[in-house]
Design a protein around this ligand. Structure first.
Ligand code: ZN
Ligand code: ZN
Ligand code: FE
Length: 757
């Protein structure tokens, strides 16, 4: 396990502490001080590693304060002992921008201490906590370069700021009720209702009454509603035009969260960490009291704890869980400015709890979950961005612009890749503006003049079009290859791997829609050695929101036109006779029915065939529900499948995973009323078996799992288990998302290697 610990960890006995802890747990490895923080690698039993991680936080030296702790698991290095390595004074103090840090224990005590001058002050912070990335306008990081520049420190704050012995020595956002930002409560029309603590109390009262509150937080607005109230949550859903996607919850305390969710020691650490992300937790079946509309049909809750003084004060006032979802209309980026919020969120929120500390850039809440015993970041933003991924080699200054959905961008500087915070789906002008702003922002902050730019192959992706207009040398990186290289980069893999790259959609070099790919890859090139059998998508893009279209295309691949005569098939039944005639003609003549090898669409098709879902409210919903359905089912059973050799006539040949035997079995089981959960479990197991079979035929030991499908916990864990049992070495994502949020990193690394030929 490698750890990067940033914060007040130097000159406070941190390295000896690590040494003692590692020795006690009989871990091997090393620890080193560098200008960027304390780094260490420890090697040993899995349980010892977990204990090491947990005790790092709970037993650290009294004067040490951890502002960020990132860790990941790498291949064993075979250390013989544990050593304190000589500090590397070398290397310039790279301009690292710290992420926003959750409120520390000291500040928390102050805001709840009636005798403290910061009692109930919602902008309390110190050198160990508070906003960073969200307030920095330029480097170096000092007050003049933050959005706090407009606030003149009062005498007392100034004294703290200038006293090397004070906890607020050079705390750039330092503030107090006398001189710092202030709260205001606004009506929907922007009229000031109240100020300061009254504003907070009235806002809390409104939430208690079932109102929707827009709250200006750290990196943008939250929309807040009483999570216990079906009415309040339903209202929020209707107004936000977000019908079914699960909402995140904020609990007043760890104990309150534990009443509703199962929380392991590692998950508890995440909830209480300086990063303070939303953690996907298994909900307790027996627990009631949270409105069903929060996360319909979902066996998990996305849960977080208060991470800013404002959230702490509000949650203490409320004492019950609230929905805390990004302040935006579906499809747009999170809102950061109060004037803009009135316009954009005016139709959603009843009241606005705002303040006058400007937000320099939007930073959403991060989302993580435990996967195969490790933390997996699904959305990398607050608390993590913009900390870099360390690369195995120096790279020229480059910019990678990412994909169309879940966009992030990345820049390289030396041996670091700086990945931006989650930007979002670039499906409208507002989001595309946010994208352009983010890439300007990154170039400026890191003073990088990129010599080249990396993008996706897809000509319709806005970032690709942006790259083409940029006048820079441009390298196009195939989408699924970028997924694989992204996962290789964070696992520090060299040489060749088998990349299993499964997602919804990506353009292949052959101009067809890929998504169920097996790529024999290095960081500079790949060969598509296999893929899922293709099927037609009648209506093309429309299929994303209509799983039944994927099903019709899949079934057409098996039965041809006869498919439409079988009225017992759920997808056929879901269309009218007239629609079926059109579909038949489309598929027969191959009109607007592109072929795809997409694994995501295969999930959709199976969901439709089992009768679970014909139409979706958001991409991936059908696949998510299929995963939910197998909750609690334990079986090793799987369906039949076939691996076929496909030849293109030329020298290129590829393996095909043929799902036909599986689909035939599913149809028959569904017809006999088999529970969807059982079908789903066997379907997932079949996919994992197929991956192992391809790995066997490819005879490649290292197998890299990437793409949006590997957000699916069951599929990922099952595949990892089977691969390991069969002598392969599986790798998956940890710090970078497996979804398209990881594409920019993959583009960056692949493009630089491709340039070397
Ligand atoms: Zn603090
Ligand atoms: Zn002050
Ligand atoms: Fe993708």
């Amino acid at each position: 396990m490698r750890l990067a610990v940033r914060g007040a960890v130097q000159g406070v006995g941190f390295r000896p502490f690590i040494f003692r802890l590692a020795s006690e747990l009989e871990l091997k490895g090393w620890v080193i001080n560098s200008p960027q923080g304390v780094f260490c690698e420890v090697e040993g039993g899995r349980r010892q590693l977990d204990i090491f991680l947990l005790r790092m936080q709970t037993e650290k030296p009294p004067r040490a304060s951890i502002h960020s702790l990132e860790h990941s698991f790498l291949d064993p290095a075979g250390y013989k002992d544990f050593e304190i390595r000589k500090s590397s004074g070398s290397g310039a103090k790279t301009a690292f921008i710290m992420p926003d840090i959750a409120t520390c224990g000291d500040c928390l005590r102050e805001i709840f201490d009636a005798s403290n001058r910061r009692y109930r002050y919602p902008f309390t912070n110190c050198t160990n906590c508070g906003p960073r990335f969200s307030i920095i306008e330029a480097l170096p990081y000092d007050r003049q370069n933050t959005t706090m520049k407009g606030f003149e420190m009062c005498g007392q704050c100034r004294e703290e700021y200038e006293n090397p012995l004070d906890r607020r020595f050079h705390a750039q956002p330092n503030a107090c009720p006398k001189c710092g930002p202030r709260l205001e409560l606004w009506s929907g029309s922007g009229k000031i209702r109240s100020e300061g603590d009254d504003a907070l109390r009235q806002a809390a009262a409104a939430v208690r009454e079932g109102k929707v509150l827009a709250l200006k937080g750290i990196g943008g607005f939250h929309l807040i509603a009483d999570a216990r109230s079906e009415d309040a949550v339903a209202r929020l859903r209707a107004r936000k035009r977000r019908e079914q996607k699960p909402f995140a919850l904020m609990f007043p305390s760890l104990e309150a969260a534990a009443e509703h969710c199962h929380i392991s020691a590692l998950e508890e650490r995440l909830l209480l960490s300086p990063e303070s992300p939303i953690v996907l937790l298994k909900r307790r079946k027996e627990s009631g009291g949270i409105a069903g509309a929060v996360a319909p049909g979902n066996p998990c809750f996305g849960a977080m704890l208060p991470y800013s003084p404002l959230h702490h004060l509000l949650m203490a006032e409320l004492g019950f869980p609230v929905v805390a979802t990004s302040g935006n209309i579906s499809g747009e980026t999170i809102c950061t400015d109060e004037r803009e919020a009135l316009k954009r969120l005016g139709s959603i929120a009843d009241l606005f709890l705002v303040h006058n500390r400007p937000i320099a850039r939007h930073v959403d809440d991060s989302l993580v979950r435990m996967m195969a015993g490790r933390c997996l970041v699904l959305r990398r933003a607050r608390g993590y961005a913009p900390l870099p991924i360390t690369l195995k080699r120096e790279m020229p200054a480059m910019l990678a612009v990412g994909a169309h959905l879940k966009n992030t961008i990345a820049v390289s500087a030396g041996s670091y890749a700086f990945i931006s915070q989650h930007i979002g789906d670039l499906e409208n002008e507002q989001a595309f503006c946010a994208f352009k702003k983010a890439q300007d922002d990154f170039r400026r902050l890191y003073a990088i003049q990129p010599s080249s730019i990396a993008c996706d192959l897809h000509p319709d992706y806005l970032p690709t079009q942006f790259a083409e207009k940029s006048q820079l040398g441009i390298t196009k990186v195939q989408h699924h290859f970028a997924h694989v290289v992204s996962c290789m980069a964070e696992n520090e893999l060299d040489g060749q791997v088998l990349g299993v790259s499964w997602d919804g959609t990506g353009l292949g070099p052959d101009r067809s829609i890929w998504g169920g790919e097996f790529l024999l890859a290095t960081a500079s090139s790949f060969q598509r050695i296999g893929h899922l059998r293709t099927f037609a998508l009648p209506g093309g893009e429309k299929a994303v929101m209509e799983p039944r279209r994927s099903a019709i295309g899949l079934l057409h691949g098996i039965f041809g036109e006869r498919l439409f005569e079988n009225g017992s098939l759920a997808p056929v039944r879901s269309f009218t006779a007239a629609e079926c005639r059109i579909l038949k003609a489309m598929l027969g003549k191959r009109i607007n029915s592109p072929l795809t090898s997409s694994a995501g669409r295969l999930f959709d098709a199976v969901s439709s065939i089992t009768g679970m879902r014909q139409q979706a409210a958001f991409e991936g919903q059908a696949a998510m529900e299929l995963e939910f359905a197998l909750d609690g089912i334990e079986t090793d059973a799987h369906y039949a499948f076939a691996i076929k050799q496909k030849s293109n006539g030329g020298s290129q040949s590829a393996l095909l995973v043929d799902w036909e035997p599986m689909v035939r079995q599913i149809i028959s089981e569904a017809a006999h009323g088999a529970p969807v959960g059982d079908i789903s479990a066997k379907f997932h197991n079949t996919l994992a078996e197929a991956i192992v079979e391809i790995a066997r035929q490819a005879a490649e030991e290292k197998v890299v799992l990437s793409g949006g499908c590997f957000q699916n916990k069951y599929l990922t864990e099952r595949t990892i288990k089977l691969l390991a049992e069969n002598g392969f070495r599986p790798y998956w994502h940890q710090r970078v998302p497996p979804n398209d949020g990881g594409i920019a990193l993959g583009q960056l690394v692949a493009a630089s290697h491709m340039a070397d030929g």
